[in-house]
Design a protein around this ligand. Sequence first.
Ligand SMILES: NC(=O)c1ccc[n+]([C@@H]2O[C@H](COP(=O)([O-])OP(=O)(O)OC[C@H]3O[C@@H](n4cnc5c(N)ncnc54)[C@H](O)[C@@H]3O)[C@@H](O)[C@H]2O)c1
Length: 241
Amino acid sequence: MDRLKNKVVMITGGARGVGYCMCKRFVEENPAVIYSIDMADGCYEHPLVRPVKLSITDRPALVKFAEEVKKEFGRVDVLINNAAITRDAMLYKMTEEQWDAVINVNLKGTFNMTQAVVPFMREQKTGSIISISSGSGVYGNIGQTNYAATKAGLIGMTYSWAKELNLHGEQIRCNVLAPDNIETEMARTIPAKILEPLIARTPLKRMCQPVEVANTALFLASDEASFINGQVVCVNGGLRL
Ligand SMILES: NC(=O)c1ccc[n+]([C@@H]2O[C@H](COP(=O)([O-])OP(=O)(O)OC[C@H]3O[C@@H](n4cnc5c(N)ncnc54)[C@H](O)[C@@H]3O)[C@@H](O)[C@H]2O)c1
């Protein structure tokens, strides 16, 4: 019940889906505060959860937000890069707009957010950064050239951060969590003719529940995972896309 005791936590995409569920699960572990960062309205209502309305594509807004956090808490212990979008299309039909939109939010947005937070962690010499990838980024997926590129990109960035942020004996752990077929709004956009065979091919024969991703992120965020760095943890019921 105290796995996040006194920790300052930031979760992007906290207004719904997995991010919302993480906020709900994480408050049970007594953090100092959870910033729920989303451009959409809404967040899990709890005295420890603070909604921050901004887009991770907006670098000036992120700098301003980081300044406010510096004044109030002066530290950030956990960053969960969870916000993402999809604009699926087959390669031969994908528009430049679809490509750019997904790269801008999922890849550049994660870069923006992490860059805003990393000075805190460098100063503290501790921290945990967890970026939510996907089986699409590990195995590729039909109709997801843009999304898979960003989700594979998160893995490359994380492997780099796991080395670069610990050059001087710091303990800044950077890991990727790669889930598949989570029962959220995002998965509701997948046509049944695609989703049903995927569930049939999943050894556990069901979709992933958001809390199963939240529990894994909680473990990686906590000091229980103190020697886990530069890893991709798949939460997929054994499915290999
Ligand atoms: N749902 C799935 O089946 C599935 C599978 C594998 C991986 N994932 C990954 O899990 C994570 C969560 O997915 P989800 O299903 O909860 O998605 P979701 O679409 O339900 O929620 C995503 C949230 O991110 C927010 N967001 C989007 N763009 C943003 C921006 N520019 N700035 C700030 N917030 C922004 C949205 O407003 C939304 O609240 C994502 O990274 C997704 O790629 C999901």
